[in-house]
Design a protein. Structure first.
Lengths: 650, 259
């Protein structure tokens, strides 16, 4: 069946919208394959604006992994801004891919990557614009199978009625397995229709199909049990873990957009997973174990990626980049290699206790020395024990002193408000900490011209973490605590003007909390908000707390639960949590013990350099820690120096 | 260098093009000269960029190199490094000063889908008959009124080829289609094709049902006959003269490379 490009019809709308370039595709390193020569076709979506979605590494990796395969095609689609959405509805132009402008409804599979729950209303917009029924139950054999992935998919229950299935964990191998099963089913003439395909996927044990599980509730609103309702569908669905990152050097050909996006750099994931054990951090819990890419593997990816993109900056990504076992040699090696090409390096996530000045000097050798960012997360030593962010005040002061002493003028500190057991005093200590930072900075730099910015937002408890049982602080209490902190910082005239204060109010956090720890009943709220016009909930200019609360009250009241029940309520040990049947590998009893340790202010070490503490992931998933050092070094490239036109440069 | 913005890439804004071009320079390994200062930038100067959404066959920029390169090879390498649609179509070595000041006028083509050629011709007649045609445009400093007539050197309705179909948002349009050819002098404030369309609406009530498809065909000096010749001609002549001279004298010193 030939599929026509919607571009001629879209083109006539583009002169009337903001930033039309984001809808035309044609990015460097993008791929358009022949429709008819492929038998499994994926539309991949990042459910946010193009400028945010395009640089997303997850989508970029899967796009390339799929397109490399014979007979498989993957194209990308992003959320369209409301100005274009309105015109598309007026003129009947469907949700399209940016690669070949094919209608999303024509694909076999529609994969949507959720980094955050705030993309759920955008999913509904895209489904509706695509002409795909919002209810999975109403779809026919000719509609795409809607697959959710990304970190938020570790609790897909709030969107259970809108998706056909969810994949938890690393996507590289999972999408290939889904492709294989889909191809077989199509080759056989699609026997048993949509249900049969979903059954085959579910029976792998690695694809969650919500429709194949029944949820029963207790009279008090809690879940009684979640049970499969089809034969040979497993009770729990396991996450996917890619081992040996060097065997998966993606993206090899990163996309380079014409439009401006939030990250304009060549990103290389230097390791996946984190076992620092910060109790608030969902990413660290669900991506275990740590798997490092080797120094030589990183060097090769950077070299090829820069040649393929022309980017001026390399981002060394991970959850805590300074923790790579050979980070010093990596940064020095790369800074040496690209000194003449004026390529800057960045480590987006750096721990205070893993930072050192040699590292910082390498990072800024080819670029600017503007600011350093650290995330102590908690203001008091006590609360940092609770959250297991083992950074002492002395560590922090020593680190910032080194930074100010070496020419940095600006340090940014990230904190959270509303952590379990937190009191006003824990948060007010942030002001004292910032004051000490400035005092020390003035002392070592001999200058009053230094700054420290405190950035703070509300904590949202997440599934698959020790804080999954914790009560979330209400929006009002969060805002009141933040106001006290602001007043405390401003009250001290000697230091206040050197301390910047940025905060996020508590309201978006409550909606995020509802969606993060919600169950299937929350789906009605998402639908109501979407129908009331809710879009782009991660954007301040579109987010409406009042609309969410109004819709939640109307949808949840008949069910005997409310927003507080989902957010500020503490859960008990015996409670069945909505995501218990999604297996992140973490042992629930270990999580509970870690939660109790948190309440006791007891810290836990990192299993990379201390014995295993039995979180459960490695034995449950058949995985193990993969770290260096390899002892290898980055050699200078045998340079045919950039110059001959048509050559690849250095 | 002369470059294009063709097809769907006409929606590239000038800022977007600048970023894409500077990355293409890196990928192609062009030995760029950098500005001095704390954050060095490659030396590139852009002239009169066409507005976002309008296509162009004739955009121009100048780059300064740190080492001499053959213009033909440079063109091929950069063109291969840029996406199709942003095409480098001509490169000459700068041998004369003040290139940008030679770009005094533009030739534009405006395709008006859904407009009868006769109606367009009539509107053009009314526009040209006017001494001045005041139009308004939103600028960074608010709504601004200016004359769109005086900058127009020539404007004519030309016959559209019969097979030239277009598309509207609701599907292909089988339709009348008028094509205007416009020569406009570069003045301040710049008069753009959109302003001339506003002028046609103001003087003759010409209102195309779908947005006009606008393409810049040429830029260059404006000669007395109202035509716009190749702005590279003086550099080509100088290159040829140097070559002839060099043939006689062996190695003539290379002229400096300007940026």
């Amino acid at each position: 069946m030939p599929v026509e490009s919607v571009f001629p019809r879209l083109e006539a709308l583009l002169p009337h919208v903001q930033k039309p370039i984001q809808y035309v595709g044609g990015e460097l390193n993008s791929t358009v394959k022949d429709w008819d020569s492929c038998d499994v076709r994926w539309a991949l979506m990042y459910p946010d604006a193009y400028e945010v979605g395009l640089p997303n590494q997850g989508v970029m990796i899967l796009y390339e992994v799929l397109n490399e395969r014979e007979g498989v095609l993957a194209e990308r689609t992003y959320s369209v801004w409301p100005d274009l959405e309105k015109l598309m509805r007026e003129h009947g132009v469907p949700q399209f891919t940016v690669d070949a402008h094919r209608p999303v409804a024509a694909f076999d599979l529609f994969g949507v990557s959720f980094s955050t729950e705030l993309g759920y209303t955008n999913l509904l917009t895209a489904l509706d614009l695509a002409g795909i029924p919002l209810d999975a139950a109403a779809r026919t054999v000719d509609h795409p199978v809607v697959v959710a992935g990304g970190h938020a998919a570790f609790n897909p229950e709030p969107i259970a009625e809108f998706i056909d299935c969810a994949v938890v964990g690393d996507g590289e191998q999972a999408v290939l397995e889904i492709t294989r099963i889909t191809r077989e089913w199509k080759d056989e003439g699609r026997p048993g229709g949509r249900e049969e395909l979903l059954l085959r996927l579910a029976r792998t044990g690695g694809v969650y199909v919500p429709a194949f599980y029944d949820v029963e509730y207790l009279p008090d609103g809690r879940i009684a049990r979640v049970a499969p309702n089809r034969p040979r569908v497993p009770w729990r669905v396991a996450k996917h873990t890619v081992m040996d990152l060097d065997a998966w050097p993606y993206p090899k050909q990163p996309l380079v957009p014409l439009a401006e996006t939030v990250h304009e750099r060549m990103s290389v994931e230097i390791f996946r997973g984190c076992t620092r054990g910060c109790r608030f951090c969902q990413a660290g819990m669900i991506t275990r174990p740590v798997r490092e890419r080797s120094i030589t593997g990183i060097g090769e990816m950077v070299d090829k990626g820069l040649a393929a993109t022309g980017f001026e900056e390399v981002g060394l990504l991970s959850l805590s980049s300074a923790d790579h076992s050979e980070i010093g040699d990596i940064t020095k090696g790369l800074a040496d290699r690209y000194e003449e090409d004026k390529i800057g390096l960045s480590l987006p996530s750096t721990r205070v206790d893993a930072f050192n000045i040699d590292l910082a000097n390498e990072l800024t050798r080819n670029g600017r020395r503007s600011g350093l960012t650290f995330a102590p997360e908690g203001g008091s030593e006590r609360i940092r024990k609770v959250i297991n962010k083992m950074v002492s005040e002395e560590d922090l002061i020593r680190t910032v002193a080194t930074a100010y002493g070496n020419g940095w003028r600006q340090v940014k500190l990230y904190f959270m408000c509303g952590l379990p057991t937190e009191t006003d005093d824990d948060v007010l200590q942030i002001a004292e900490l910032a004051t000490r930072v400035i005092a020390k900075g003035r002392e070592v730099s001999g200058s009053n011209d230094i700054r420290c910015t405190v950035s703070i937002g509300g904590f949202v408890p997440k599934p698959h973490t020790p804080f999954q049982w914790a009560p979330q602080l209400s929006a009002e209490e969060t805002d009141a605590r933040l106001a006290k902190l602001r007043d405390a910082i401003r009250a001290d005239k000697r230091y206040g003007r050197s301390i910047g204060f940025r905060y996020h109010d508590g309201k978006p956090g409550i909606v995020e909390g509802l969606l993060s720890r919600g169950d299937r009943r929350v789906g009605a709220v998402i639908r109501a908000v979407y129908e009331a016009g809710g879009r782009f909930d991660g954007w301040r200019e579109f987010f409406s707390y009042e609309q969410w609360m109004r819709c939640a009250a109307a949808a949840l009241e008949p069910l005997g639960v409310d927003v507080d029940w989902y957010t500020t309520r503490e859960r008990g040990h015996e409670e069945v949590l909505p995501w218990d049947h999604l297996d992140s590998g973490l042992d629930k009893d270990w999580l509970w013990d870690d939660w109790q340790d948190a309440l006791d202010e007891t810290e836990v070490e990192d299993c990379r350099w201390t014995p295993c503490f039995d979180c459960g992931v490695c034995p449950q998933m058949g995985t193990s820690i993969e770290i260096g050092p390899t002892g290898k070094k980055l050699l200078p490239l045998s340079v045919v120096k950039a110059g001959s036109p048509g050559g690849n440069g250095g | 260098m002369r470059y294009t913005k063709r097809g769907r890439l006409r929606f590239t804004s000038h800022r977007d093009f600048q970023r894409a071009f500077e990355r293409a320079l890196r990928r192609a390994g062009v030995p760029m000269a950098y500005s001095a200062g704390f954050t060095p930038h490659p030396k590139v100067s852009y002239a009169n960029a066409a507005p976002t959404g309008t296509a162009s066959e004739a955009e121009y920029l100048e780059i300064a190199l740190a080492a001499r390169r053959d213009p033909g090879e440079l063109r091929a390498a950069l063109d291969a490094s840029l996406p199709t649609g942003l095409d480098i179509v001509d490169v000459v070595e700068a041998r004369t000063a003040d290139f940008a000041e030679r770009l005094n006028a533009s030739v534009w083509e405006l395709r008006l889908d859904g407009v009868e050629p006769e109606a367009a011709a009539k509107a053009v007649g009314m526009f040209l008959a006017a001494d001045s045609v005041e139009v308004r445009r939103q600028t960074k400093r608010g709504m601004r009124a200016f004359d769109a007539r005086s900058a127009v050197v020539a404007l004519e309705a030309v016959a559209a080829p019969a097979d030239r179909g277009g598309s509207g948002p609701d599907g292909p349009v089988s339709h009348p289609c008028a094509i205007l050819r416009l020569v406009v002098r570069h003045l301040t404030p710049a008069v753009r094709p959109d302003d001339v369309l506003s002028g046609l609406r103001a003087t003759a009530d010409l209102a195309p049902p779908v947005p006009a498809a606008v393409t810049r065909l040429a830029q260059g000096p404006l000669d007395e006959s109202g035509t716009v010749p190749d702005p590279f001609a003086p550099d080509r002549d100088a290159a040829e003269a140097a070559l002839t001279g060099a043939a006689g004298q062996q190695a003539a010193a290379a002229p400096g490379i300007t940026g």
